[in-house]
Design a protein around this ligand. Structure first.
Ligand code: TRP
Length: 476
């Protein structure tokens, strides 16, 4: 159990204590099922009871597996709890909003979610094991948090490979640059580790959550798949699937969904996702469908029925609730817990307080935008950390921590030295907001144009190929 970061109960947050209790409960169960010595079981049970008392003292609530402390009820998609949490950032699969203009406090999120920081040591290990310089998303803390990445690397060093799993909820035809972040990074991981990738298109999820027809959701899957393919994935190593198609076509996939469904209660998903009695039952059971691709046995055509190929999921941190649930169930259904790499959010043009929304055309740069639209949007809408007048700006300098143009450059300007120089000059006042915006415009215009060019090359046959269940090439 590596999820517990606390170095003593006294310094633990309720969430950490909750995770520790989960771990201890799991330990007791596994000792019992392994028919361990009575003394050993008794000691584990004693510790479990002690933790339960501590938990009650700390939170005033009884510990219940699967129901995180109510501080965590901010994981709510429609409950009022979200507004009750003063100064807390709200992060769940459907909402992201920060209480500060600097955006979400990611260090706090790591503590609350019980994940681990991607520190210098892990970065160095990734470089050593992959033999490549770490991607700038890693170097710059854009992928900032993980679960069990060390285990993945330990295994890989021993020539035990793994596979990648990521996904996209196709809620509209238009994808924006923020949507590309996990895919750009996943492509890099696929290249440096030379491993297979599965991409789940949750058209079912979008049908359940949005006011869209099944046909629309399925069409968005195909359109979005083209943008994903345009990121350069290797067709011999990549399987993209629509839930609406694959769920019915793959008995092994559906079997894993059902296993997960049997081991998660309504209470648990209420606690994790904030579902209420009036949410449709499709939503309530959906998390099992997002969990299933974490298990290699869901893809017999790729893994030949192997149950034990480890899975690594690169995703934005708002998807973590799904995989906390998955990791909780996995050992109970005899399967491996997936490992995770979490990214921060891509800020809206208006500021780092929210993530971009596909429904507000001015909140983001779309992959279909023309050079002129890119220029206008950035000039008009990109939140500036500069001062109001040139005189003041020259005197006091700008603030790169809240300046959206600068933040975007940390995502897309690969040259570290250039970026550092821009930061210095903007902070000192030598570089004006208009000049900074110009650098961003000139970075994004060719990048988007190249994406559009690559997307044009993606034919319907290619999409078909990527989306056909088939064996993939990999060497393990
Ligand atoms: N639920 C995600 C969304 O709405 C899509 C998704 C499915 C996903 N499986 C995933 C994202 C795995 C990251 C990793 O976008």
């Amino acid at each position: 159990m590596t999820d517990c970061q606390g170095d003593g109960e006294g310094t633990m947050s309720p969430m950490e204590l909750f995770e520790k209790l989960n771990a201890q409960g799991e330990k007791v169960r596994s000792l019992k099922s392994a028919k361990a010595e009575k003394g050993e079981i008794d000691a584990a049970v004693q510790l479990l009871l002690k933790l339960k008392v501590d938990y009650k003292q700390m939170t005033g609530q009884d510990y219940k597996a699967g129901c995180p402390p109510s501080e965590n009820l901010i994981m709510s998609n429609n409950g009022p709890a979200a507004d009750d949490c003063d100064g807390e950032d709200l992060v769940d699969p459907w909402n992201v909003s920060a209480s500060s203009t600097k955006g979400v406090d990611y260090d706090k999120l790591i503590v609350r979610f019980g994940s681990s920081k991607i520190d210098k040591e892990l970065l160095e290990r990734i470089e050593k094991v992959s033999g490549q310089r770490a991607h700038h998303f890693l170097r710059r803390g854009i992928f900032f948090s993980h679960r069990d990445m060390h285990q993945i690397l330990d295994a890989y060093e021993k020539h035990k490979s793994f596979y990648l799993y990521t996904g996209r909820g196709p809620s509209s035809e238009a994808m924006h640059v923020g949507h590309l972040i996990p895919f750009i990074f996943t492509k890099w991981l696929q290249d440096v580790f030379d491993i297979p990738l599965v991409v789940q298109m949750t058209d079912d999820e979008k049908y359940l959550w949005k006011d869209l027809t099944l046909e629309e959701c399925h069409r968005f899957t195909v359109e979005n798949a083209k943008d994903i393919i345009a990121c350069g994935f290797d067709v011999n190593k990549t399987f993209i699937f629509s839930d609406l198609d694959y769920m019915g076509a793959s008995p092994q996939f559906y079997r894993n969904v059902v296993k997960v469904q049997k081991h998660v209660t309504f209470n648990q998903v209420k606690g994790i996702f904030g579902f209420t009695d009036s949410d449709c039952i499709g939503k309530i059971s959906f998390p099992a469908i997002q969990a299933a691709p974490s298990f290699s046995s869901s893809f017999p055509q790729i893994f030949g029925g192997k149950k034990d190929v480890p899975c690594l999921i690169p995703c934005a941190i708002d998807q973590d609730p799904y995989f906390r649930m998955t990791r909780d169930v996995a050992p109970r259904i005899g399967l491996l817990k997936p490992a995770l790499l979490h990214s921060t959010f891509f800020p809206a043009l208006q500021g780092a307080q929210t993530k971009m929304s596909a429904s507000d055309p001015n909140s983001s740069i779309f992959l279909t935008d023309t050079p002129k639209q890119i220029k206008n949007k950035i000039n008009k809408h990109a939140f500036s950390g500069g001062k109001d007048t040139v005189e003041e700006h020259r005197k006091y300098g700008g603030n790169t921590e809240v300046d959206v143009s600068f933040l975007y450059l940390t995502f897309f300007l690969e040259d570290d030295e250039k970026l550092e120089k821009i930061k210095e000059d903007y902070t000192s006042g030598a570089l004006l907001t208009g000049e900074l915006k110009k650098i961003l415009i000139e970075t994004l215009q060719p990048m988007i144009a190249q994406h559009q060019e690559r997307r044009k090359q993606v034919t319907d046959e290619m999409v078909q190929q990527f989306m056909t269940p088939r064996p993939l090439n990999y060497k393990f």
